[in-house]
Each structure stands twice: as structure tokens, then as C-alpha cells.
Design a protein around this ligand. Structure first.
Ligand code: HEM
Ligand SMILES: *[C@@H]1O[C@H](CO)[C@@H](O)[C@H](O)[C@H]1NC(C)=O
Ligand SMILES: CC(=O)N[C@H]1CO[C@H](CO)[C@@H](O)[C@@H]1O
Length: 491
């Protein structure tokens, strides 16, 4: 037979076989677009606008549907009802972390964000407790954030009211808060160690949010053989890990168990406690480092992007900014630093901060979850380990709960009398058992940083606010605001 015909025949057989295996493996998974062999639904998803692609699919297949990312199925939950039913009503079953190829090589299943099972539960409980303990020490976490807010305002003064790109300064502040909690001390914004650390982190996020990384996540086996920006991610990760390891060694030498100074001290003490019994790998220095890095990874860019996007929205809507400043004047005045107690007396400011987080929709599809066991969900059968993507975007932009969801408007969180109005749909930190472990800290930072900035400066746009574009430039894993400049005019 003609070798060409043999080739075509065997290829067709392979394709049919793999199509058949995909179909039969689906069991009673929810419906979805027909996947291609090997590629899955990859070509049907616009990776530059995953958010809109999912909305489009949900219109055809309903709020619970299946997409194949490569050969692996992922169940997508779209809209408040489906997300709530999974993450709250079936919290335990939906609490596993979904597979991400990148982190397989970096965290290796350790740490807090990408661990699972008993290990995750223990590290999570420990971390939440330690963050609380640190808050009750001599220097509370609020003190640390207030101190950082003052440093931030001083740094902004050095711009002399000239146009500047706020990205760098707004990254330093949240990074320093985490440093202060983990290493005890903040750094000067010009400290070489600090700058190097930040640079390594920032490089990562822009790469991780890029379409290239989506490809990597879908075809890890293939792409490992090609040079590409994912290699930068691994190199940077090693750099940060070595830095943290050095800090852990230093802490070990100067540890005083009666006087824990910071997160690392608590980690070391916890390790000593359990090491009497057995020698768990969880507490090897290398794995402690992964937990520490997770706090940086989860707590730095998230907060910094929110601040940067928030200032852009305030520039675009000067009447909102003016009202916030009026409230600051009225409740706090000019002569003392804002503190968390002020928030309950500042409903308009609180609503504005909620609206910023709702509007920007920082993680449109959340971090991936997975189911911990076979589970029956709305007449479907989702096998143990299946990836679950929850569209936080569809909840934050629900048009019944938030009329005109595409419009930035703090009254989405105000009642008729100007009181703050809570909403169950406010889920930028996700919900359920995997809910952001730093929610309290993040909300404290957003409130204290933004009120301290507006207490000290007027924001001046370089162009007519009407011409400012607030459309995100990327929405892969995270939503990124467009580049802009502004002036901080001292009050
Ligand atoms: C505006 C700021 C922030 C936003 C919008 C945000 C949002 C999120 C989201 C959506 C998740 C995934 C939840 C899930 O899987 O269901 C998450 C997880 C997490 N966040 Fe945040 N976060 C922010 C700031 C922080 C900060 C400051 C910290 C610092 C301690 C932090 C620590 C974590 C950790 C450790 C996890 C993993 C929790 C787990 O897997 O059990 N986050 N965050
Ligand atoms: C979603 O559907 C609309 C209308 O059917 C179409 O114009 C748009 O290109 C689709 N977007 C994506 C990202 O698939
Ligand atoms: C924003 C940012 O830091 N981008 C960097 C990402 O990584 C590439 C490759 O190392 C750099 O060239 C970019 O400057």
C-alpha cells in the first residue's frame, strides 16, 4: 500500500480513538462545545478575552458547562447561583485546588495556594492563626499598614506634582506590608535587595497573565522543550526562594521562642513543635519558603493592581473622588492618620472601594478549583479531581444585582439614604473554604492607602477625564489596567 495512505489511515484511527476516549471519559459531565482531539476547545476560546468567551458559552449551554483545556475537562460555573451552590453549599467538595502546570514546577504541591488535602488544611489554619496572632502583638498589623501608608505619601511627595506612572510606588507599598509581616521589617523603596525582589515578582505576573502562559498551562509537556518566557518564571522563582531561605536561616539563628517577631518565627516554632513527634517534610526550610513566597505571590500584585486601577477610576470620575475627599475631611480631618475605625463612619468611601473591586474584576475566573471526590451536581456527575472554574466575573457583573454593571458607580453599594449596602454578590476574594486568606489585610490596605493618599493629594489627570480609557489591557488570570500617568498635587 502507498505509505501515504497508511499514514493517513493510521492518523485518522488515532484521531477517532482519542475522540472516542474523550467522549466516553465524559461520563455525565455537563454539556459543552464539542472538543477537538488533543486541542480540546482551545481554538474556540478567545484567550485574549476569556471572560467574554465564557459568557458566550453560558448563553448556549447554560450556567454549568464543560470545556476541554487540551485533553483535560474543566467544569465552568457561570453566574451567582451556580457559583454559590458549589463554593458555599458544597464547600468541602469544591475546596480542592485545580491543577496548574506552572506551579507544578514551583510549589510542587507545598505552600498554601496550591496545596491540597490535609497539608493544605493545616497550613491554612496555621497561617490564618498566625496573621491573627501578629495582629495582637506589640505592633499590630494595622500599625504596620499605617506606617507604610505614611511612607507611601512621603514617596509621592518626591514626584513634586509632576506627571508620573504610579506603578512602581504602588507596588512597593503592598510588597513592604508583606515584608513587614514576614521578615519583621519594611525596606526603603531604594533598597537594592527590595528592588531586586520586586522586579522578580513583577516580571512573573505580567508573564503569567499573558496568553503565552495559557498555552503553557494547556500543553506543558510540549512546551517544556522550547525556550520561552516561562523559563524566566522558573528562574525568578529560584531567585526569590534563595532569598527567603537565607532569611529563614538568619531567623533560625536569632529565634527567641518567647518573643516571636514575625511570620517566619511562628513558622519555625510550629516546625519545632511537630518535630518532636515525627519529621514532616512540611517543615523543611525549603517548604517553609514556599509558604512564605505564597504570601508574597498572593498579596503583592493583587493589592497593587487594585490600587493602580482604583486611582485610574478615581481620575476618570472626579465627582466620586471629591465626595470621598469630603468624607475624609469631615470624619478624619487633616491632622491625624486614617484608621480602620473610621471606615464604618464613611459609607461613601466604603462603597467606592467596593465598587472599585467589583468593577475591575481582578481575577475573572478565580484561581482554579477541583472537586475532592466524585460528586453529583445538578444531575451531572463530576469525577474526583476534575478542574472547576468559577466565573467571579459573572457574579460581580450580574445585571440584576448591579444595574448597568459595566458602569462604575459607587451607588451600587449604597441604599437610598446613603448608607452602605452589603451584597452577597461581592466576591472579588472568592467565597467558601478557599476564600482569600488575606482578605482582611487586603481590605485594610486598600482603605488606609487610598484614604491616606486622598487626604494628602488631589489627583490630576494628564488628559480630560472623559478621554481616559479604563478598558483593561489583559484579562488572563488577572485583569491589568492600561498604562496612564497622573500628578499628585499636595493639598
Ligand atoms: C485586593 C487584593 C486581593 C484580592 C482581590 C485577592 C483575591 C484572591 C482570590 C480570588 C483568591 C482565590 C480564592 C479561591 O481559590 O477561591 C485568593 C487566594 C489567596 N489569597 Fe488573596 N487576594 C488579595 C490580597 C491578598 C493578600 C494581601 C494576601 C496576603 C496574605 C492574600 C493571600 C491569599 C492566599 C494565601 C490565598 C490562597 C488561599 C488558599 O488557597 O487556601 N491575598 N485571593
Ligand atoms: C461573543 O459573541 C458575540 C455575539 O455573538 C461575538 O460578537 C463575540 O465575538 C463573541 N466573543 C467572544 C470572545 O467569543
Ligand atoms: C513588566 C516586566 O517586567 N516585563 C518583563 C517581563 O520579562 C521580560 C523577559 O525577561 C522582560 O524583558 C520584560 O521587561
Amino acid at each position: 500500500m502507498d505509505p501515504f495512505v497508511v499514514l493517513v489511515l493510521s492518523l485518522s484511527c488515532l484521531l477517532l480513538l482519542s475522540l472516542w476516549r474523550q467522549r466516553s471519559g465524559r461520563g455525565k459531565l455537563p454539556p459543552g462545545p464539542t472538543p477537538l482531539p488533543i486541542l480540546g476547545n482551545f481554538l474556540q476560546i478567545d484567550i485574549k478575552d476569556i471572560r467574554q468567551s465564557l459568557t458566550n458559552f453560558s448563553k448556549v449551554y447554560g450556567p454549568v458547562f464543560t470545556l476541554y483545556m487540551g485533553r483535560q475537562p474543566a467544569v465552568v460555573l457561570h453566574g451567582y447561583e451556580a457559583v454559590k451552590e458549589a463554593l458555599i453549599d458544597h464547600a468541602e467538595e469544591f475546596s480542592a485546588r485545580g491543577y496548574m502546570a506552572v506551579t507544578e514546577k514551583t510549589s510542587k504541591g507545598f505552600g498554601l495556594i496550591f496545596s491540597n488535602g490535609k497539608r493544605w488544611k493545616e497550613i491554612r489554619r496555621f497561617s490564618l492563626m498566625t496573621l491573627r496572632n501578629l495582629g495582637m502583638g506589640k505592633r499590630t498589623i494595622e500599625d504596620r499598614v499605617q506606617e507604610e501608608a505614611q511612607c507611601l505619601v512621603e514617596e509621592l511627595r518626591k514626584t513634586n506634582g509632576l506627571p508620573c506612572d504610579p506603578t512602581f510606588i504602588l507596588s512597593c507599598a503592598p510588597c513592604n506590608v508583606i515584608c513587614s509581616i514576614i521578615f519583621q521589617n519594611r525596606f526603603d523603596y531604594k533598597d537594592q535587595d527590595f528592588l531586586k525582589l520586586m522586579q522578580k515578582f513583577n516580571e512573573n505576573t505580567s508573564i503569567i497573565s499573558s496568553p503565552w502562559m495559557q498555552v503553557y498551562n494547556n500543553f506543558p509537556g510540549l512546551i517544556n522543550y522550547f525556550p520561552g518566557s516561562h523559563n524566566t518564571v522558573f528562574k525568578n522563582y529560584d531567585y526569590v526562594k534563595n532569598y527567603v531561605l537565607k532569611k529563614i536561616e538568619e531567623h533560625q539563628e536569632s529565634l527567641d521562642t518567647k518573643n516571636p517577631r514575625d511570620f517566619i518565627d511562628y513558622l519555625l516554632m510550629k516546625g519545632m513543635q511537630v518535630q518532636h513527634i515525627h519529621q514532616p517534610v512540611e517543615f523543611s526550610h525549603e517548604n517553609l519558603a514556599i509558604t512564605v513566597i505564597d504570601l508574597f505571590a498572593a498579596g503583592t500584585e493583587t493589592t497593587s493592581i487594585t490600587l493602580r486601577y482604583g486611582l485610574l477610576l478615581l481620575l476618570k470620575h472626579p465627582h466620586v473622588t471629591a465626595k470621598v475627599q469630603e468624607e475624609i475631611d469631615h470624619v478624619i480631618g487633616r491632622h491625624r492618620s486614617p484608621c480602620m475605625q473610621d471606615r464604618s463612619r464613611m459609607p461613601y468611601t466604603d462603597a467606592t472601594l467596593h465598587e472599585i473591586q467589583r468593577y475591575i474584576d481582578l481575577t475573572p475566573t478565580n484561581l482554579p478549583h477541583a472537586v475532592t471526590c466524585d460528586i453529583k451536581f445538578r444531575n451531572y456527575l463530576i469525577p474526583k479531581g476534575t478542574t472547576v472554574l468559577t466565573s467571579l466575573s459573572s457574579v460581580l457583573h450580574d445585571s440584576k444585582e448591579f444595574p448597568n454593571p459595566e458602569v462604575f458607580d459607587p451607588s451600587h453599594f449604597l441604599d437610598g439614604n446613603g448608607n452602605f449596602k452589603k451584597s452577597d454578590y461581592f466576591m472579588p476574594f472568592s467565597t467558601g473554604k478557599r476564600i482569600c486568606a488575606g482578605e482582611g489585610l487586603a481590605r485594610m490596605e486598600l482603605f488606609l492607602f487610598l484614604t491616606t493618599i486622598l487626604q494628602n493629594y488631589n489627583l490630576k489627570s494628564m488628559v480630560d477625564p472623559k478621554d481616559l480609557d479604563t478598558t483593561p489591557v489583559a484579562n488572563g488570570l488577572a485583569t491589568v489596567p492600561p498604562y496612564y500617568q497622573l500628578c499628585f498635587i499636595p493639598l
